[in-house]
Design a protein around this ligand. Structure first.
Ligand code: 6GU
Length: 226
């Protein structure tokens, strides 16, 4: 998978992809993440990327030209499955969308700032608009980092234990059950007996029961999804 991220603040995204699972995914050749500074594509004499909005009002709008030229350049090099615009008014990201996007080959992510990007980009270039939740961030970069992490970790071979993505919270519309490690007794706080029983069937049943209980208690909305 290849992900191209368009941003006016590429440094904001240097950190998130340089460590851990995202670093390993790139080292293993399972994904490539390319950052593009939108300003580099500005044909404006001052390298401007934003301007006042038509009709007046506070807040700048990101101009169509630099972003359109950057996308055109990339599209001239390969086919893209989606051009995704990260925006609080997009469809809300969930595990099902992550699963779907993890099967794509080439994605463009566009990060907005200020009042957002010129609507004509959304009408003519963007194929999908995604929000990562009902709150407002100061720009799309952190949302792009969240989206990238959530999909890259699902690419086969990225996670060391191939089955562990399957037992994540949300993967089956259930929250994950409690987990424990050594010691089995810490200052009298004991690990549930079933987990040390060695009885695989009982352990599986206990985990499922705990997942359902936790989901009923914390996120009953997930149970009514199906
Ligand atoms: Cl994708 N962008 C911004 N700026 N804020 C957000 C968001 C995206 N998703 C939730 N809040």
């Amino acid at each position: 998978m290849r992900i191209d991220i368009l941003t006016i603040l590429p440094r904001l995204l240097d950190g998130p992809f340089a460590d851990s699972i995202l670093e390993r995914a790139q080292q293993r050749g399972l994904c490539e993440i390319h950052l593009h500074n939108i300003r580099d594509y500005s044909t404006d004499k001052h390298k401007g990327v934003d301007d006042y909005q038509f009709g007046g009002g506070a807040g700048m709008v990101m101009m169509i030209q630099p972003i359109a030229d950057c996308i055109d350049t990339l599209r001239g090099q390969r086919n893209y499955d989606e051009v995704i615009y990260l925006t609080p008014d997009g469809s809300r990201l969930g595990q099902h969308m992550c699963n779907e996007l993890s099967l794509k080959a080439n994605l463009i992510l566009v990060c907005g700032h200020y009042k957002g990007i010129d609507q004509r980009l959304r009408d003519h270039y963007v194929t999908r608009e995604i929000s990562i939740g009902d709150y407002v961030l100061s720009g799309g970069e952190l949302a792009a980092a969240v989206l990238t992490d959530s999909i890259v970790r699902l690419i086969p071979g990225v996670m060391n234990d191939e089955t562990s993505a399957l037992t994540d919270s949300f993967q089956d519309d259930l929250l994950a059950p409690p987990v424990y490690t050594r010691p089995a007794d810490y200052k009298g706080w004991k690990v549930p007996e079933v987990l040390t029983s060695g009885n695989a069937r009982r352990i599986e049943e206990w985990r499922m029961e705990q997942a359902i209980l936790k989901t009923q208690e914390r996120r009953p909305d997930l149970l009514s999804n199906t």
